[in-house]
Design a protein around this ligand. Structure first.
Ligand SMILES: *Cc1c(COP(=O)(O)O)cnc(C)c1O
Length: 383
């Protein structure tokens, strides 16, 4: 059979009917242990921290979506990030993008900085990055693209090539694009990370993470640390993701259609200073976005004219966009990064990066675009 298309894989890989009953939905194997026929003789499952059949099905599906040989599913995006850090020998040097998810910044700068050395750099500037690589000699380069919340785009192919030439692994946090719009392994990256909490599950009812890669050596290490430390996802949560992921392709298309309309609306609104959306030709890395992504996703960042009081008035006046952290669900959310998601980044670092009090981040849902635009229009009229 020919290689299946994404829309088919997302429904059928890992979704085979249950062989014992024919049930079309995979069962939730809600079990902690498995009976052995004689000591050490079992069907590949011994204990759910190490393996669980529901999780296996989800891992098969996700691996196929990222064109990866291996996938591990974890209890959260951050526990997936932690497994990568545990896998590195003590004292490793990690070069990390300077505009990563706030929790990633906290994990590296406050937790793993006890074991490793971190430097944060702008990975959109390849010359600067190359100089830093030569000077710092990292064993791992961590990029998030597009970034959170500034939607900066890094050239995955160029960075992976640079990293390889200098003996470093490349990790890409692909949460914002989902496997539908971007496949970093195909561009040369070594490991892809997702917070499944966001677009992959898509229904704001699960926290989870995933790692995908091709290397057998990395697989041995990640399996060892997952089993030794224990951040495995529960069978029930894996099952919820298996349910949510079936509509990933049509959800991503709908997120993008709405986001494009909203980005155009905002760009033409007199109370908006600037809009950042990778799909707009005005985005500083629009060209790379077109080259390495198959679409532009559902995240929009913009700057209001004004400061904290205008932002607060706007946020309180929205009715459909819910004021909440997180992103990637079917419902539209709005976030104030300086006060909410990125509060763990010191104010001076935040402002150096460009995260000011008039910066607003939208996670555009799949509701009707006119209703969403009306909501934004009404709230903007209140300021
Ligand atoms: C949410 C998020 C994470 C962390 O994932 P959790 O599931 O919340 O632990 C990491 N990276 C990005 C880009 C995220 O949006």
């Amino acid at each position: 059979m020919k290689e299946m298309k994404f829309e088919t894989k997302v429904i059928h890989v890992g979704g085979e009917p249950d062989p014992t009953t024919g049930a079309i939905m995979p069962p939730i194997f809600q079990t902690s242990t498995y009976v052995q026929s004689s000591p050490g003789e079992h069907k590949g499952y011994e204990y759910t921290r190490s393996h669980n059949p529901t999780r296996t099905r989800l891992q098969e599906c996700l691996a196929s979506l990222e064109n990866a040989k291996h996938c591990f599913v974890t209890a959260s995006g951050l526990s997936a990030s932690s497994l990568i850090m545990h896998m590195l020998p003590k004292g490793s040097r990690i070069l990390c993008g300077d505009d990563v998810y706030g929790g990633t910044y906290r994990l590296f700068s406050k937790v793993f900085s006890e074991f490793h050395d971190y430097k944060f750099v702008d990975t959109t500037d390849l010359n600067k990055l190359e100089n830093k690589i030569k000077e710092f000699k990292p064993s791992l380069i961590w990029i998030e693209t597009p970034t959170n919340p500034l939607l900066k785009i890094s050239d995955v192919r160029a960075i992976s090539t640079l990293a390889k030439a200098n003996g470093a692994l490349t990790v890409v946090d692909n949460t914002f694009m989902s496997p539908y719009f971007q496949n970093p392994l195909d561009l040369g990256a070594d490991i892809v990370l997702h917070s499944m909490t966001k677009f992959i599950n898509g229904h704001s009812d699960v926290v989870g993470g995933a790692l995908m890669f091709n290397s057998d050596e990395i697989k041995e290490k990640i399996f060892f640390y997952q089993n030794a430390i224990g951040p495995s996802q529960s069978p029930f949560d894996s099952w919820l993701v298996l349910r949510g992921i079936k509509t990933l392709a049509i959800r991503m298309k709908a997120h993008e259609q709405n986001a494009l309309k909203i980005a155009h609306f905002l760009e033409n609104h007199p109370k908006i200073e600037k809009v950042l959306y990778p799909g707009l030709p005005t985005h500083p890395q629009h060209k790379i976005a077109v080259e390495q992504m198959k679409g532009f996703g559902g995240m929009i960042t913009f700057f209001l004219r004004g400061g904290i009081s205008e932002s607060t008035q706007f946020l309180k006046s929205l009715k459909l966009f819910a004021l909440a952290e997180s992103l990637g669900g079917v419902e539209s959310l709005v976030d104030h990064p300086a006060i909410m998601t990125h509060a763990s980044i010191p104010k001076n670092v935040r402002e150096d990066l460009g995260i000011f009090d008039n910066l607003i981040r939208l996670s555009v849902g799949i509701e009707d675009s006119l209703d969403l635009i009306n909501d934004l229009e009404n709230a903007l009229a209140k300021i």
